[in-house]
Design a protein around this ligand. Structure first.
Ligand SMILES: N=c1c2ncn([C@@H]3O[C@H](COP(=O)(O)OP(=O)(O)OP(=O)(O)O)[C@@H](O)[C@H]3O)c2ncn1[C@@H]1O[C@H](COP(=O)(O)O)[C@@H](O)[C@H]1O
Length: 214
């Protein structure tokens, strides 16, 4: 893969006294915060030149290309710096979709949440809902409507999907924005249940949409 051209004023970045700047890495499709690591001028330059992420290891005191041993390379989609130039935000395509050395998609996975929070890492609303729906599929619990759908099986799930589609159509025919939004939310939810039931990652749908972007 040839590296796309990226430019960044390397000398305008406010590196700290160690010559480092924190880099937050985000999935380019659903916004999941994958990891945070450190960059210096050289690793930033290599990232810009090669189009894949390079960081500075504070423990080994050396440059490291992400995915060197695991194969989970991060291809750079965009890079920006904040208002005072002392933090970087990288948007990447994560190969293999595992960013954390623990085997999780994100270093900020839910087991790392403070307190009792079980929310998945920040991502867009549909991705968060899809994540919860998959948890219900994999760990059934009483009083969950979602679990009752999975328990009832494909016919029930598809029947609901059809019904919700018709309800969106009817709300559109009535030209009622509030009803359209509410019915669309029901439709999104039931579509995500169908995707989860058929083990289709939402990310795969996002990839299809991305391929079609003009
Ligand atoms: N986003 C939704 C969501 N949207 C719609 N629905 C349910 O979808 C159903 C819509 O179908 P209908 O309007 O036909 O209502 P219904 O008559 O109760 O449905 P049926 O008995 O005919 O199946 C309602 O029961 C809604 O509560 C949802 N149920 C759950 N969620 C989310 O899913 C996650 C898991 O929730 P639990 O299912 O409670 O575990 C949570 O994040 C919830 O917020």
């Amino acid at each position: 893969m040839s590296a796309p051209a990226f430019s960044l004023p390397l000398d305008q970045i406010a590196y700290d006294e160690r010559g480092l700047v924190p880099a937050i890495v985000q999935d380019y499709l659903d916004g999941t915060v994958l990891m945070m690591a450190w960059m210096n001028r050289e690793s930033l330059q290599k990232t810009l030149e090669t189009g894949r992420t390079w960081f500075w290891s504070r423990s080994r005191q050396e440059l490291w290309p992400k995915g060197e041993t695991s194969g989970h390379v991060q291809w750079l989609k965009s890079i920006r710096y904040d208002c005072d130039s002392d933090a970087l935000l990288l948007s990447v395509q994560q190969v293999g979709r595992i960013a954390c050395h623990t085997g999780e998609r994100s270093c900020f996975h839910r087991h790392g949440a403070l307190g009792e929070q079980i929310e998945p890492p920040p991502a867009d609303t549909l991705s968060q809902l899809y994540d919860v729906i998959c948890q219900r599929r994999d760990r059934p619990q009483p009083d969950s409507y979602t679990c009752s759908l999975f328990a009832a099986g494909d016919n029930k799930i598809l029947k609901k999907l059809g019904e919700e589609t018709v309800e969106v159509v009817m709300a559109c025919k009535e030209d009622d924005p509030e009803a359209i939004a509410a019915e669309a939310a029901d439709l999104f939810y039931h579509l995500l249940v169908a995707l989860a039931h058929h083990k289709v990652p939402l990310h795969q749908v996002y990839e299809q949409l991305q391929l079609r972007r003009r």
